[in-house]
Every structure is written in structure tokens, then in C-alpha cells.
Design a protein around this ligand. Sequence first.
Ligand SMILES: [Mn+2]
Length: 336
Amino acid sequence: MSSEIVTNTGFQEMGALLRSARSIVVLSHVRPDGDALGSQLGLALSLRSLGKKVRVINQDGVPDSIAFLPGAEFIEAPEQVAAGNAIDADIVVVCDTASRKRVGDDVAPFIPEGVPWLNIDHHISNERYGDYYYIDPVSPATGQIIYQFLKSQNFPIDRDVSENLFVAISTDTGSFQFPNTTAETFRAGAALIDQGAAVGDISQALYENYPLRRILLLGELLKVLEIGHGGQRASWAMTLEMAERLGIQASDTDGLIDHIRSIEGVVVAAFFQEGEDGYVRASLRSKDPRVDVCVVCQKFNGGGHKLAAGVRLRASLAEAQTKVLNAIDEALERSD
Ligand SMILES: [Mn+2]
């Protein structure tokens, strides 16, 4: 797979589109993470400073873990939009969202027809939807693309914009550690700190403020840890029973997979989560670019990045584990 920027536009044209718009809707994906909401809000607050009317909508609202993001109160869940506050927009911007469908079935009905879409993302599996798309799969975070875009257009980057974009980049790079982190990422981080992002406070809010239930879940997961493929594969699964007993919320599990990715000798880590909806969600991480977990997930209609991908399977937990773990083992086999 190529690692070139995939686009039918460029920062100049994107800047012109947004400058000429009066009213703008900014979206991202369901179950938003730090990069999704940080990118949405960073862009939206900058556009608001330019005098634009901006709506920020997310199907699942703001998870507690990132509710500290400046401007989080502007994010509307579909219920709020439905409460008689119809959307008028000249353009729709979608951040960090690999397919149109991941915007969410509850958001889609509120998006006005016949309005151009601008899709800004870094997922290699992005479906290139929208009238305009700018996909940079080398960028470790959509927040880094948004930063570069705002800077190129001299759009305002104040303290609130900086903090949102810093969170976006920090969370998608494992705090500037994952292999997708480049000198460009540190330059963007440094510039955002210059503009007012408080790195110590942000890092504490992100990484030293977990609810106790998350740590208790970690204890349960350690008991069901499975190592396979000669020590190259690690996996664990959260059952519905565990989630209910501990009161686990969607964002509580973000990043837990890093514990098993960090094991010596492990190349691929997998985290299975049994859902109430009859689906099993699998998150995969790879430490070796020759073992592409995006390709593994695409087998089951998921996607993401080479080293971090996910998929939802309609199956029992045991079935999902068998299917995905076999596919991982095949990928590991091919790389030997
Ligand atoms: Mn992202």
C-alpha cells in the first residue's frame, strides 16, 4: 500500500472553501477518541474565530475521559440537534473518519442534502468519499493535518485550538511514542505548546486520571491473557459480564491494549470486546510494519492503519476470537 497523500484537493483550495462558507458543520466518527474530538474542536474553534457559524456534531457526544477539551460544550449529540435546532450549512467537514458510514446512522439524517463534503483523515483505509478529500496516511493523527492546514492558511490557532490539537496528536501517537511519530509531529507539538497548550496539565488529564473501574478491568483481563504463535501474539477479551459488573463505559477501554502490545516478543496484540448489540469489537495492534493489521481487519470489513486497526464482527465471542486470531496467525506466518 502506498504511503503518499491521497487527495483531489489541497490546502489552498480547502482554505478557500472554508473562507467562502458562512455556515459550517464539523463531524467525526462514532465512539470518538482524542483525535476525533480534538480535530473536530480544534478546527471548529479556529473557524469560529474567523467569524463562521459552526456546528460540531458527534453521534456519541463527549466521553468523560476527554470532557476537559476546551469547547467540549459545543459538541451536540443527535438528540440535541433533533430538539428543533435544524442544521443549515454551506459545507460539511468530516475529520478522522474512514468511511461515510462511521459518521453514525443517527447523525446522517441531520446533514443537509446537496452540500459539499470535505473529508480530512489519516486512515489508509479511507474510502475517499466526499466531494473533496485529503488523506495523509503518513500523518500519525488527523490533528497534525489540521494543525498544518490551519497554519498554512493563517487561520487562528489560539490556546483552545492548540490544546485540542495537542490532545489529538498525543492520544493517536501514544504520547509521541508510536512509530508513526516523526520530527514533524514534534514540531507540531512544540508549536502548539508555543501557542498555549499546557502539556503537563493535558498529559495528566489524559494519562493520570483513569477511573478505578478501568484498573479493576485490567486486573480481570490479565487473568484471561492468552499468548499464541510462539509468543508473537497476545490477546484478551472483555465479556459482557465483566463490563456490566464493573460498569465499564465505552472510552474506559481505550489504550488498555498497549499493556499487551508492550510484552517482549509480542508482534500482534488483540483486544476483543463483547457488545450488547450482538457484535464483537476487535482492536488490533502490530509492532512490525511487515505484519499489517489493517489488512487483517479488512478481511472482515474493518480497517484503520497498518499498525493499529479494528473490526466489528457479528458473531459470538468465541467465534470472533477464532476467526481473527487465525487471520493474525496467517499474517504472522507470511512475515516469517
Ligand atoms: Mn486518528
